[in-house]
Design a protein around this ligand. Structure first.
Ligand SMILES: Cc1ncc(COP(=O)(O)O)c(C=O)c1O
Length: 393
């Protein structure tokens, strides 16, 4: 009899099919949450088959859980990868992916404005274990490529998430392959809809699914996708042992929220561009850091833009007064959800200098990061306008 194996039931039937078009043993419109730590076995042989790799039945949810597996398969398809793993946070994904490839004496090449907690992971954790970190101006492809020979890993973020610097992923990926350097890109800002690093030759893509993929400020989650060989390395070296596994309910939330990703991203893209160009024309804004406004080869890897970007205000504006005058736009450090948010770099600069990426690599205290949420662009602009007027000296 040619039956579909029981534990392949959560295979997607069509790569981009909505969730309810996918196989489910009971044709559930929305997949179940397998809220269990444990899976049971009928006999010795069934258990032995799992350990011997002859069966894919899950045994314990720190390793595999069917709801989490659905999300892993979904991101595999969206990124054009062969495999993926889900973690309990973006940082869990970053830490596991990096630790799977580096050891004492290895060198990592990264971008100088890398996400602040990735920077702290490099500085506070990896350096203790003898890993060397090179921070390079990622916009300078020649400098990035010159730093690659002898490195073990290039850790990229296109664009970086405070000053939105770009890297030329195609050129860096090509050079990294020649020098045997593993490449990873944090793709949280563009999402798989607007940038596909694997298609450009990058080895591994990382997502803070807490941002656009989750998209509703209701979950913290991380994902890593890439070739089977690279994900196998993460599986065999790190994944089950550091324990940062995504929980089934959190995976279910991300899966559900992915259903609206194209609609949300279209809004973030369009409203983000409208607000960025309004700010760019404002007399009290000296600089807008939005990739659409740059002339850099790294820009051409995007088919659309996220709605998160920064701008710098003139000396006439008191940053604290401006932030306090906002009404619709709230103050908050995360991004990618429905809320429109600001984070003033000035506040972040008060973190102790040795672990402050903004202080170390020169982010101006007049920089303000703006998350264009799901509000109408005209409402966000009206709020920025009244707050800039109120904060003028
Ligand atoms: C660009 C970027 N990458 C990674 C992360 C880490 O994600 P998480 O907060 O889920 O650990 C963040 C979080 O702010 C981020 O902004």
């Amino acid at each position: 009899m040619n039956e579909t194996p029981r534990f392949d039931a959560y295979r997607h039937t069509t790569p981009n099919a909505p969730m309810h078009h996918r196989a489910d043993p009971f044709d559930a419109a929305v997949p179940p949450i397998y809220q269990t730590s444990l899976f049971l076995f009928d006999n010795y042989k069934e258990l032995e088959d799992v350990f011997a790799g002859r069966s894919k039945k899950p045994i314990y949810s720190r390793g595999d859980n069917p709801t989490v597996r659905m999300l892993e398969r979904k991101i595999t398809e969206m990124e054009g990868a062969e495999e993926a793993r889900a973690f309990s946070s973006g940082m869990g994904a970053i830490a596991a992916a990096v630790l799977a490839f580096v050891g004492p004496g290895d060198r990592i090449v990264t971008v100088r404005h890398v996400y602040s907690d990735a920077f702290r992971f490099f500085e506070k954790v990896l350096k203790r274990f003898g890993v060397i970190i090179d921070y390079i101006d990622g916009t300078d492809s020649e400098a990035m490529i010159a730093a690659l020979p002898g490195a073990r890993l290039a850790y990229l973020e296109n664009p970086t998430s405070m000053v939105f610097e770009l890297q030329d992923l195609t050129a860096i990926a090509e050079a990294a392959r020649r020098h045997g350097v593993v490449t990873m890109v944090d793709n949280s800002w563009a999402t798989p809809l607007y940038q596909n690093p694997l298609a450009l030759g990058i080895d591994l893509v990382i997502h803070a699914a807490s941002k656009y993929l989750g998209g509703h400020s209701d979950t913290v989650a991380g994902l890593v996708a890439g070739s089977k060989a690279h994900i196998d390395q993460i599986n065999s070296e790190i994944y089950p042992y550091t324990g940062a596994k995504l929980a089934p309910f959190e995976a279910w939330l991300v899966l559900r929220n992915l259903e609206t990703l194209p609609f949300r991203m279209r809004h973030h893209h369009e409203a983000g561009l409208e607000v960025a160009s309004w700010l760019n024309a404002h007399g009290d804004v000296t600089h807008v850091m939005h990739p659409a406004l740059y002339d850099h080869p790294g820009k051409h890897t995007f088919s659309g833009f996220g709605g998160l970007f920064s701008f710098e205000v003139s000396n006439r504006i008191d940053v604290a007064d401006f932030v306090d005058a906002l009404r619709l736009i709230r103050i908050g450090v995360s991004w990618g959800g429905p809320e429109s948010l600001v984070v003033p770099a000035k506040a972040a600069l008060s973190i102790s200098p040795e672990t402050n990426v903004f202080a170390r690599f020169g982010v101006s205290d007049r920089t303000i990061r703006l998350n264009v949420g799901l509000h109408a662009a005209k409402d966000i602009i009206a709020d920025l306008d009244q707050a800039l007027s109120a904060a003028g000296r």
